[in-house]
Design a protein around this ligand. Structure first.
Ligand code: F6P
Length: 341
């Protein structure tokens, strides 16, 4: 068989482990040929690819990023995107394409599959928000990086009697905020799933100082929002303290908390450091298993599906199900976290 693989969307620790696993299983065990498209769907649309053999994937298991490169280009962004992709799949004699990606990539994968292309997807995202898989690789690494940063920030916050508002990734869901906040013993966590009340948050943080504590750590998912009309930033333009409205949640919160509590507050944006570097052992194992099972699905002709972790097993689930909704933080998980903060 001839299999094409690509990595698309924001990168994520563990992508190289999937690529390596696909090549090992396909080339060594099945005698297949594997090619890798450069920069995601863009490579397929432009027929830009390289041959992936054992030498090409040697030593990449522990490496972050993706040796194939990535982009946010989707075939549906171009009028003739799907047709071009179909043409190149035929031209290259591919029996299957394995796109590895998050929500946007899987939606594109579904579209291509509906158009008759032989697609087997592999989900990835540090955000852990793909609904049909218990976990996505990259999440464990990102939580580890964020937790380490929170541990470090605690000591400097205490030295200076400050509130540190730490922004972690998570545009639509608060999984990284929830897990890193719990792991590091943060004093408040705000997530997109539950709009926060700034007065309640300020009260909670203020109580810590009243009780004689010298610092506070607030973890905010980047997509966290205040309840409508409760923060100065809600009205648009500049806030009443003269700051731009779209300053990012950490910046907004630190301004609000400093103003309300009379304590120094600083924003810390962890940003892409959460996506970089070597994957944890957990992520390497999950990514490797996904790659192995994706090749098996190709050989069974189980197209239009993607790999998913269900309990401790890897299952194949229809792409159509995978892109229906995002996996958000359930109310109870948030309540559990709040109790122990
Ligand atoms: O979807 C993964 C993610 O890391 C989000 O948490 C974040 O909002 C986004 O990617 C950042 O994307 P970019 O690297 O394109 O700025």
């Amino acid at each position: 068989m001839r299999i094409g693989v690509l990595t698309s969307g924001g990168d994520c620790p563990g992508l190289n482990a999937v690529i390596r696993s696909v090549v090992h299983r396909a080339v060594v065990d099945h005698g297949d040929e594997v090619i890798g498209f450069r920069d995601g769907w863009k490579g397929l649309l432009e027929c830009d690819y390289l041959k992936l053999d054992l030498d090409a994937v040697a030593g990449i298991l522990a490496r972050g990023g993706t040796i194939l490169g990535s982009s946010r280009v989707q075939p549906s962004h171009l009028r003739d995107g799907v047709e071009r992709a179909r043409g190149h799949v035929a031209e290259l004699g591919l029996d299957a394409v394995i796109p590895i990606g998050g929500e946007g990539t899987l939606k594109a994968a579904r579209l291509m599959s509906d158009a008759g292309l032989p697609i087997v997807g592999v989900p990835k995202t540090i955000d852990n928000d793909i609904a049909v898989t218990d976990v996505t690789f990259g999440f464990d690494t990102a939580v580890g990086v964020a937790t380490d940063a929170l541990d470090r920030l605690k000591t400097t916050a205490e030295s200076h009697q400050r509130v540190l508002v730490v922004e972690v990734m998570g545009r639509h869901t608060g999984w990284i905020a929830l897990h890193s906040g719990m792991a590091a013993g943060a004093h408040a966590i705000v997530v997109p799933e539950r709009p926060f009340d700034i007065d309640e948050l300020a009260r909670r943080v203020g109580e810590r100082f009243e009780a004689g504590k010298r610092f506070a750590i607030v973890v905010a998912a980047e997509g966290a929002k205040p309840k409508a009309g409760t923060m100065a930033f809600d009205e648009g333009g500049k806030d009443i303290y003269g700051h731009e409205r779209f300053a990012g949640i950490a910046r907004q919160l630190s301004v609000e908390l400093e103003h309300r509590l009379g304590k120094e507050a600083r924003p810390v944006i962890l940003g892409h450091v959460q996506r970089g570097g070597t994957p944890t052992a957990y992520d390497r194992v999950l990514a490797t298993r996904f790659g192995w099972h994706a090749v098996e699905a190709v050989h069974r002709g189980e197209f239009g599906h993607m790999t998913a972790l269900r309990g401790t097993d890897i299952a194949m689930v229809p792409l159509a199900e995978a892109v229906e909704t995002l996996k958000t933080v359930p109310a109870q998980r948030y309540d559990e976290a709040e109790t122990v903060l």
